[in-house]
Ligand binder design. Structure first.
Ligand code: CA
Length: 228
């Protein structure tokens, strides 16, 4: 049986070669495209488990393909960019990329991020279930949705990840580092403040759906916890 499949879209032959070597040595099956047009064909004919996507390509911008892929589903996307330009990073993440690496990067770092994306994509929960029997939360992993008292919550991908992690560790305090690692990946450039910002919007959405409750409890200096 072959390992998880990666589609790599990268026009720099030296970088592509080192990525392919690293991933294949770790048991991943890599398909390589030099151009967006070929990548689109690969995506429709042989859908991969992870997409690694360079921004600057000869026939267009990887950001466009990232947007298309996100509109079509939840395939994990790791963006690569030559200059680590802040604008690419922000754009990539806004367009729905799951992670971002600026060149140059170490192959080990890339592998760690791909592995963490694969782990997150295969969270060990059945497709749909309520947490702990009496929980007001229902999780639909396949559809990447969480409902509260039977009503679907309008969550962004990161808010979904945060709430899912907190529910999976219900009653336990999760530190900002743990949440960063679980939702953004352990090597992400995001900071504690990113977690706080997303918790704030998540909390507002939960309170709008159930004003009588405050499910997310802040533990000063320690982290967050869901209490039901
Ligand atoms: Ca390039």
């Amino acid at each position: 049986m072959s390992g998880p499949r990666v589609l790599l879209v990268e026009d720099d032959p030296a970088i592509a070669k080192s990525i392919i070597y690293t991933l294949e040595r770790d048991g991943l099956a890599v398909t390589h495209s030099l151009l967006l047009c070929d990548a689109r064909r690969q995506l429709s004919q042989h859908p991969p488990d992870v997409l690694i996507l360079d921004v600057g390509l000869p026939d267009g911008s990887g950001l466009d393909l990232c947007k298309e892929v996100r509109a079509a589903g939840s395939l994990p996307v790791l963006m690569l960019s030559a200059h680590d330009e802040e604008i690419d990073r922000v754009l990539g993440l806004e367009l729905g990329a799951d992670d971002y690496l600026g060149k140059p990067f170490s192959p080990r770092e890339l592998l760690a991020r791909v592995r963490s994306m694969l782990r997150r994509a295969r969270m060990p929960l059945p497709a749909s279930r309520a947490i702990g029997g009496t929980s007001p939360f229902g999780i639909d992993l396949g559809g990447q949705r969480i409902s509260l008292q039977g009503k679907p919550l309008p969550l962004t991908r990161r808010e979904f990840g945060l709430l899912l992690d907190l529910l999976q560790h219900r009653g336990r305090i999760r530190s900002r580092d743990e949440l960063l690692g679980a939702v953004w990946g352990s090597d992400s450039d995001s900071t504690d403040r990113t977690v706080d910002t997303h918790i704030k919007t998540l909390r507002a959405k939960l309170q709008e759906a159930a004003p009588e409750h405050d499910y997310i409890v802040t533990h000063r200096g320690m982290g967050y916890c869901v209490e039901i």
